[in-house]
Design a protein around this ligand. Structure first.
Ligand SMILES: Cc1ncc(COP(=O)(O)O)c(C=O)c1O
Length: 415
């Protein structure tokens, strides 16, 4: 796999991380183009004879160099903001392959997207639909519309990343969806092109995917009976990866199973994968800056990365494997691996068997998705750098922030 010990030193996509420590300052994210390609190609190969479009979900990792890799491979993009659209434009993405998701698109974002001729809006409410219609009319264009239905399926994932339940803010309920489609079928400025849904993230079982697909298929059939025809069905993202010992359904099996459900609908199928493409293609490299123990027998390894750099453990109680770069011969003690941020929630792992000394490098694994993108300047800490391993070369794809990046224009407002 991507990470392996060679002569007791951890390598990532054949790059010696210890050696890299001589030139790159920690903490930093490191991604592998090989792994990204492997993951994307599994989707592409499975879909090559199917009328389909893969729209990489930009929110998972929006670095321009990463987006540019996907653009070159012909992928489309799933965006949720004007900022993400600007990123895709800069990365050379094809505007005719962009779907715009999200519950709260502003008028400015809608106008910007219409002016850039994106493929379609994944609409989440009647109010949003009305606003898109008004803006499209004023621009004298027709907006392609897909309606997001809430399939009310329990994705059996963390409550913060489940999106297809009736209590979630996402989508239009199944009872209203037919009428909403009917209402827009006469609009001069709106063009119905599809139906979409997304039930959550880090889903490892096949069942929620096939159950929700069957529900949406029955809505598509109902629409057909009402003579409302669609061009596509967009089933969102959500496929999980193995962070610990989960055995997620394989990309190929997942794709084949949902394609099979929708076969009779004869529509283009859109996928919006994020984590399953980029999650295991990244690591966070950090250094031990301190060690301590308390009188209750708790041991701590304090590293130079913090929850502002990777917030998944405190936010979702997410598990990430943690490895020392120099192989532990026989770690005897358990440590909480924590950062320097002044929050008890600032941890990467609890009770991990590790042996590492001050100055040693440590890797937090599977941090390619929802890692850097969720980072912040909390505690006035600069965002870390990002690097990409490409053809056995390590290149910087975003430099570490400096203090002036953190304070922005605050000084201009000093009295
Ligand atoms: C609408 C939509 N599509 C796609 C994704 C990507 O999901 P994942 O990274 O789990 O594949 C998300 C993430 O939450 C989403 O909300």
């Amino acid at each position: 796999m991507t990470l392996k010990y060679v002569n007791e030193i951890l390598t990532f996509d054949n790059i010696d991380i210890q050696e890299l420590g001589h030139t790159i300052e920690t903490p930093y994210y490191l991604y592998s183009e090989n792994i990204i390609n492997r993951n994307v190609d599994e989707y592409i190969n499975e879909l090559k004879n199917i009328d389909s479009l893969i729209c990489y979900s930009v929110k998972a990792n929006s670095n321009l160099s990463i987006l540019s890799l996907f653009a070159k491979k012909g992928l489309g993009f799933d965006i949720v903001s004007g900022g993400e659209l600007q990123r895709v434009i800069k990365a050379g993405g094809d505007m005719s392959k962009i779907v715009f998701s999200g519950v709260g698109k502003t008028d400015e974002e809608i106008e910007f997207a219409l002016k850039n001729n994106i493929y379609c809006f994944n609409v989440e409410s009647q109010g949003e639909l009305d606003r898109i219609e008004t803006i499209a009319t004023s621009l004298n264009v027709k907006a392609n519309i897909s309606l997001r239905v809430n399939p009310e399926i329990d994705a059996k994932t963390h409550p913060y990343i489940t999106t297809g339940l009736s209590e979630n803010k996402f989508g239009i309920s199944q009872t209203d969806i037919l009428n909403t489609f009917k209402m827009i079928s006469n609009s001069k400025s709106l063009n119905i092109c599809g139906i979409d849904y997304h039930i959550g993230s880090q889903i490892v079982d096949l069942e929620p995917f096939t159950d929700s697909a069957k529900r949406v298929l029955s809505i598509i059939n109902e629409l057909k009976r009402e003579h409302i025809s669609l061009s596509h069905v967009d089933l969102g993202g959500g496929l999980g990866i193995s962070y610990n010992d989960e055995l997620p359904v394989k990309r190929g099996d997942y794709v084949r199973s949902v394609v099979e459900v929708f076969k009779e609908a004869n529509l283009k199928i859109i996928f919006e994968p994020g984590r399953s493409i980029i999650g295991d293609a990244g690591i966070l490299v950090t250094k031990v800056i301190e060690k301590k123990n308390n009188k209750y027998g708790k041991n701590f390894i304090i590293v130079d990365a913090g929850m502002n750099d990777l917030i998944r453990p405190p936010l979702y109680n997410a598990f990430h494997k943690i490895s020392s770069v120099v192989k532990n011969i026989a770690p005897t003690d358990s440590f909480d691996v924590v950062g320097p941020v002044c929050e008890t929630a600032d941890f990467f792992g609890k009770d991990r068997r590790l042996s590492a000394n001050i100055g040693d490098l440590i890797v937090i694994e599977d941090t390619g998705a929802y890692g850097f993108v969720l980072s912040s300047n909390y505690n006035s800490r600069p965002r870390v750098a990002e690097y990409l391993v490409s053809k056995n070369n390590v290149a910087c794809i975003r430099g570490r922030e400096i203090f002036s990046d953190i304070i922005g224009d605050e000084e201009d407002y000093l009295e």
